[in-house]
Write a protein that binds this ligand. Structure first.
Ligand code: FAD
Ligand code: NAD
Length: 473
């Protein structure tokens, strides 16, 4: 293996592996340093996303959704199913297989693109030099014409609920339960809390979520958050807001002490998941004397094009500012590779979609009404309920709505907020429209197939101009 490359990447999550593949495509010799070891003891590419994040959580969300459908929703279609059994072991094994297929796929892509994978811990020791420490502690130094830091993030721990990895776990542990906990506590009703809470709730757990904020899903459009809160309540998720967890005691079960506006409270659960956010992986990532600058929140400081404070050192993904989302990191990885190769690289941070993979799904892009109000921008909204579309009725999936927000003067689309079936796919239409600086009118004039859920987007666009067909405007 060489000791000198055009590009050396630290971290093989979605930000790092995409940066590496694009660099190799552009003709640059590339190496990636990654230290991740999967639960079976095998080193694995793909980072948090493929091993313990996006992919395994979506695999379990899908399995649990199938189970829930068979048990509860098929009856409405006239399908009676008896004797439904749950096999958690097989469900977890399927999830592991999906993960292995995908991480193995990245390994193949590295081979095909002649990317060297240097297993171990990477540290920027001086500009253009990365020290790699392998599992036995042996070190070697590799030179990189450019270095890309893509070390990702890890879960935030809280003193009131220290993990014992048995009863009290983080999101990694929540993907590995061997049986359905009768009572499941979750600290933090954010994205992970709602997704993992949905999985185990569908499989039969009694789930209580303790959320510190008084407002449910703060970053989400208020109208959408209200629909979500009601839907989750109807599903049996017990979401308690304004809770300050003060202590936990783990024995045969976990006792969780917290305070809300009514005073001191206590719940007993069989498992407790702590998911109160993630923080950037910067420990032992760079030598102090390199002079690499972190921002006030501890992320690697970068400009719009992911340049750090050091020449030829870039940083991408969760370790830098912006939403902690796989696709955001991937786009930054591509941008940086193109810039290093002397081409044009760009990420439009205003059109990054968000998705929460609950049922119904929640997806949004751009700005909310609250944000536009506080920025003093006048706007028009168009809202359309899925219940009024033929396809949603046919699917028995009528909860939810599409809400589009357009500039009052120019009609340019400023935000799209969807809760409902396939929201994760439908949001792409709004992203494309916004990327091309399109107007609600543009969407309204585009032919949408009938009967589809995308007619909800079409009707919402018509509703911005108060001319939706299938509702009273
Ligand atoms: P990571 O994926 O964290 O990868 C960083 C890699 O670098 C890891 O392999 C790490 O071991 C390695 N590393 C770190 N430091 C070093 C070092 N010094 N030397 C060598 N190697 C190092 N996002 C979505 O967009 N959609 C989702 O549905 C979604 N679901 C999620 C579900 C869960 C449960 C979790 C936890 C996260 C989820 N995310 C989701 C977030 C997503 O996983 C992250 O945004 C994404 O993985 C960040 O990519 P990254 O490449 O920056 O870092
Ligand atoms: P989050 O920021 O989404 O939610 C954390 C929640 O915990 C917040 O609502 C916060 O108010 C609350 N909280 C914080 N401290 C608390 C405390 N002491 N007690 C009670 N509540 C507390 O973070 P997360 O759910 O841990 O997920 C981390 C990140 O991973 C997300 O921000 C997201 O970027 C990424 N992720 C994305 C997806 C997706 O795209 N579908 C899925 C999972 C994770």
């Amino acid at each position: 293996m060489s000791n000198s490359y055009d590009v050396v990447v630290i971290g093989a999550g979605p930000a790092g592996y995409v940066a590496a593949i694009r660099s190799a495509q552009l003709g640059m010799s590339t190496a990636v340093v990654d230290e991740f070891v999967y639960k079976d003891g095998e080193p694995a590419l793909g980072g948090t996303c493929l091993n313990v994040g996006c992919i395994p959580s979506k695999a379990l969300l899908d399995s649990s959704e199938q189970y829930h459908k068979v048990k509860h929703t098929l009856a409405a279609h006239g399908i009676k199913v008896k004797g439904v059994d749950l096999d958690v072991k097989t469900m977890i094994e399927r999830k592991d297989r999906v993960v292995k297929n995908l991480t193995g796929g990245i390994r193949q892509l590295f081979k095909a693109n002649k990317i060297d994978w240097l297993q171990g811990h990477g540290k920027l020791v001086e500009q253009g030099t990365v020290e790699v420490r392998d599992i036995e502690g042996k070190t070697r130094r590799v030179k990189g014409g450019s270095v890309i830091l893509a070390s990702g993030s890890r879960t935030v721990d809280i003193g009131a609920a220290p993990l014992d990895h048995e009863r009290i776990v983080n999101s990694d542990g929540a993907l590995e339960f061997t049986e359905v906990p009768k009572r499941l506590g979750i600290i933090g009703a954010g994205v992970i809390g709602l997704e993992m809470g949905s999985v185990w709730n569908r499989l039969g757990s009694k789930v209580v979520l303790l959320e510190a904020q008084d407002e449910f899903l703060g970053p989400v459009d208020r109208q959408v958050a209200r629909v979500a809160q009601k839907a989750f309540k109807d599903q049996g998720l017990d979401i308690r807001l304004g809770c300050r967890v003060t202590g936990t005691k783990a024995g045969k079960q976990v006792s969780v002490h917290y305070e809300d506006k009514e005073g001191k409270q206590n719940i007993q659960v069989d498992k407790l998941i702590v998911c109160v956010g993630r923080r950037p992986n910067t420990e032992d990532l760079f030598a102090e004397d390199t002079g690499l600058v972190l921002d006030e929140r501890g992320f690697v400081h970068v400009d719009e094009q992911c340049r750090t404070s050091l020449p030829d050192v870039y940083a991408v993904g969760d370790v830098v500012r912006g939403p902690m989302l796989a696709h955001k990191g991937q786009e930054e990885g591509m941008m940086v590779a193109e810039i290093i190769a002397g081409k044009y690289g760009h990420v439009n941070y205003d059109t990054i979609p968000w998705v929460v993979y609950t049922h119904p799904e929640i997806a949004w892009v751009g700005r909310t009404e609250q944000q536009l109000k506080s920025a003093g921008i006048s706007y028009n909204t168009g809202v359309f309920n899925f219940a009024a579309t033929g396809r949603a009725q046919a699917m028995e999936e009528t909860t939810g709505l599409v809400k589009l927000i357009a500039d009052a003067e120019t009609d340019q689309l400023l935000g799209a907020h969807i809760i409902g079936p396939q929201a994760s796919e439908l949001i792409a239409e709004a992203v494309v429209t916004m990327e091309f600086a399109g107007a609600a009118e543009d969407l309204a004039r585009i032919v949408h197939a009938h009967p589809t859920l995308s007619e909800g987007v079409h009707e919402a666009a018509l509703a911005v101009g108060k001319r939706a067909i299938h509702k009273a405007n």
